[in-house]
Design a protein around this ligand. Structure first.
Ligand SMILES: Nc1ncnc2c1ncn2[C@@H]1O[C@H](COP(=O)(O)OP(=O)(O)OP(=O)(O)O)[C@@H](O)[C@H]1O
Ligand SMILES: [Mg+2]
Length: 305
């Protein structure tokens, strides 16, 4: 039925517009060409850390806040200013997001969304905000190495996260103390920026050249990677073993015959030493086997004596 003489239905009065956070006018640029509010939604609070490829900020998700969500803080990764200029760097950033998104594990950082701020043409992705210490910070606090019980928990969780990643066909490519955080929620592995899907030579366009982005961290990269070889599960295992050695000893392994770290139970050393073999042919141990040895220092170790 119509209440209008011409038979037309009267238009409904417009509902009051919901004042979304993203309806606000763009904020003036902040430092490093990053606006104070990214994509009209994420209010940048501070830098959490910066590495060779990107800068990670702490931000408030204004949209979530508007709807009263309790957890409205996120971490946001953007490319570093120097790298941003290169078109294929965005492929690397997206690759990092996509690889991480394919993983769902307690010990792997959770990513939320990949977005582009069209006002400043800046690509970024959002992820869970980690609270805690990266392992390199932890090492500064424990220069003599970590006590075994603490080290054991870290070792098992790190190897669990990496094993899940490998099971999903994702190689990390940059396992190092700065890419692992420990906090109240346990350990998280992050920064898959040099990662790749198993069996894939490189992600993205053929022009993409990881060496341009300062790829592989020499202290943790397996010798075959530094010699130009392909990333492999064995190379990730080597890097994880280097991290565990450093946590146990308080300093990095050096030379061909590293000494057993004092904090490491004697029966764990043969397995860790095998994982540290420079020659991948001699690195005859899997993540599962190393984890089994480190998680149980009482039984099932006969193979490594
Ligand atoms: N989700 C997060 N929550 C809190 N802090 C984070 C998070 N992700 C990264 N960070 C911090 O930002 C630093 C740099 O992040 P990330 O390692 O991803 O950058 P990068 O440029 O890829 O580093 P790299 O030099 O290893 O390539 C980390 O070492 C850490 O301190
Ligand atoms: Mg990093």
């Amino acid at each position: 039925m119509s209440d209008r003489p011409d038979g037309e239905v009267a238009p409904l009065p417009s509902p009051p517009l919901t004042h979304f956070a993203f309806a606000k006018a763009p904020a003036p640029p902040q430092r490093d060409g990053i606006p104070a509010v990214l994509a009209g939604r994420y209010r940048i609070e501070r830098v959490l850390g910066a590495g060779g490829m990107g800068v990670v900020y702490r931000a408030r998700d204004l949209l979530h806040e508007q709807f009263g969500e309790s957890r409205s803080s996120v971490a946001i990764k953007v490319l570093g200013e120097a790298i941003r200029e290169s078109a294929d760097a965005h492929v690397l950033l997206y690759s990092e997001f996509a690889l991480t998104r394919s993983l769902r594990h307690e010990q792997v950082v959770r990513v939320f969304s990949f977005e582009v701020d069209t006002s400043c043409q800046l690509a970024f992705f959002t992820m869970e905000l980690l609270q805690g210490l990266t392992l390199d910070r932890l090492l500064l606090e424990c220069p003599g190495g970590l006590p075994w019980r603490e080290l054991q928990g870290i070792a098992v969780q790190l190897l669990d996260g990496l094993r899940h990643s490998h099971q999903q066909g994702v190689l990390h490519g940059d396992v190092k103390p700065g890419n692992v955080m420990v906090g109240e929620g346990g350990l998280r592995l992050f920064d898959f920026g040099l990662g790749q899907a198993d069996g894939q030579a490189a992600v993205g366009s053929p022009a993409l050249n990881r060496s341009r982005f300062n790829a592989w961290t020499p202290a943790y990269a397996a010798p075959e990677l530094l010699a130009g070889g392909a990333l492999s599960a064995s190379a990730d295992l080597y890097a994880a073993a280097c991290v565990l050695y450093e946590l146990a000893q308080g300093r990095r392994q050096s030379g061909n015959r590293p000494a057993r770290p004092g904090q490491l139970p004697r029966q764990c050393w043969p397995a860790l030493r095998t994982a540290l073999a420079a020659d991948p042919e001699h690195r005859a141990i899997t993540l599962e086997e190393l984890r089994a040895v480190l998680s149980d220092t009482r039984q099932g170790l006969s193979r490594w004596f």
